[in-house]
Design a protein around this ligand. Structure first.
Ligand code: MN
Length: 357
């Protein structure tokens, strides 16, 4: 699929996506990451496809402990797909299906395979959220009818802190109140962090709403599930914030690890909050209660550090690279089996207080 040379990225997205859709024999399966950005992108794509064909395409959230680039995921998809759209799920090598594949993403890519349409915002300046790229794609598919979906792009962009420097998001900021949009982001992100990790109420809520205002004030039963999840997550976050950062002998004050063991996926929030206080350190928060036998960890920095590079330089031998060291330069992590985690922190000079078991 060739684009015109020198096309601006948003125009290239709007140009290439409809061409990709033309080659499909039926509705593609839409898969999205479970955070505000991925869920918003899913909602945009689903509604645009429905405008385009009159039919709601199948949807699937890729949630906690799942990765779209693993053989397990490919097996779960089956082989009767018309097409597959992966939203906010990274860009890796293994193709999960023989059906036409479209990847819409903005994480650091780990593949340049050309047997698929890749609409990656990585390398653009600034880097757009997946939701905004999805909206540009929707715009290409259904034209002005995508305009009422712009608020969803705004929700995703705000959720990923990628809402500065884009004329379309500037326009959304004038149309929709910042405070209400922030409240939607907060509620949409809650279910995936709750002990169940099930983000489907958040997606249901976004799919049923017409604006941040409508989402917060209209009759939306799924909102109550998001509110309940947020209460639980708030409690776990407050407790997690009391855990002290630890430092190892290899990097001293430049690398901190904070242990926060809870069935709530709040370790990225804890890492984020310590990164703000401990600049220029890389802060990793680690959680051994998310997945049995594994330690999930998340790194954040406000300084110049490159966490992707750091993790690559310190990759444990035999680490599963679909589950280690992916994400953004300033926000990346992964999960390791307990034994590998313990060896990893030891190699960085940390003592038993950050080891598990
Ligand atoms: Mn994203």
């Amino acid at each position: 699929m060739t684009s015109l040379p020198n096309m601006r990225f948003p125009d290239r997205v709007a140009h290439d996506f409809p061409l990709w859709c033309e080659g499909l024999s039926g509705p593609p399966l839409l898969c999205g990451h479970h955070d505000a950005d991925g869920l918003s992108a899913l909602a945009i794509m689903a509604r645009a496809w429905e405008m385009h064909t009159g039919e709601r395409p199948p949807l699937r959230i890729v949630g906690r402990g799942e990765n779209a680039w693993t053989p397990e995921f490919a097996a779960a998809l089956g082989d009767d797909l018309h097409g597959l759209v992966l939203l906010d799920l990274g860009t890796a090598e293994a193709k999960p299906t023989d059906a036409p594949l479209c990847v819409i993403d903005h994480h650091v890519p780990t593949s340049e395979a050309d047997d698929r349409l890749v609409l990656s915002g990585y390398g653009q300046d600034p880097v757009p959220s997946t939701s905004l790229i999805a909206w540009w794609a929707a715009k290409g598919l259904v034209g002005e009818r995508a305009d009422p979906l712009l608020w969803l792009a705004y929700v995703g962009a705000m959720g990923d802190m990628a809402d500065k420097g884009f004329p379309d998001i500037d326009r959304a900021r004038k149309l929709y109140k910042v405070g209400k949009t922030r409240e939607v982001v907060s509620l949409v992100n809650a279910p995936r962090r709750s002990p169940s990790g099930d983000a489907s109420p958040a997606l249901e809520w976004l799919l049923a709403s017409d604006s941040p205002e409508d989402a917060l004030t209209g009759e939306h039963p799924a909102r109550a599930a998001c509110e309940a999840a947020r209460d639980v997550v708030k409690q776990a976050t407050a407790e997690g914030r009391r855990a002290p950062p630890r430092f190892g002998s290899v990097y001293g004050s430049d690398v901190a690890i904070i242990r926060v063991d809870t069935p709530c996926q709040v370790h990225p929030l804890i890492a984020q909050s310590w990164a703000g206080r401990l600049k220029p350190a890389i802060c990793f928060a680690a959680n051994a209660d998310i997945e049995p036998g594994r330690v999930s960890f998340s790194g954040r920095t406000r300084g110049d550090a490159d966490i992707i590079d750091f993790l690559a330089a310190h990759a444990p031998a035999g680490a599963d690279r679909t589950r280690y060291g992916n994400g953004h330069r300033k926000a990346a992590g992964g999960s390791l089996p307990v034994e590998q985690w313990n060896a990893w922190v030891e190699s960085l000079g940390f003592d038993a207080r950050v080891k598990v078991g």
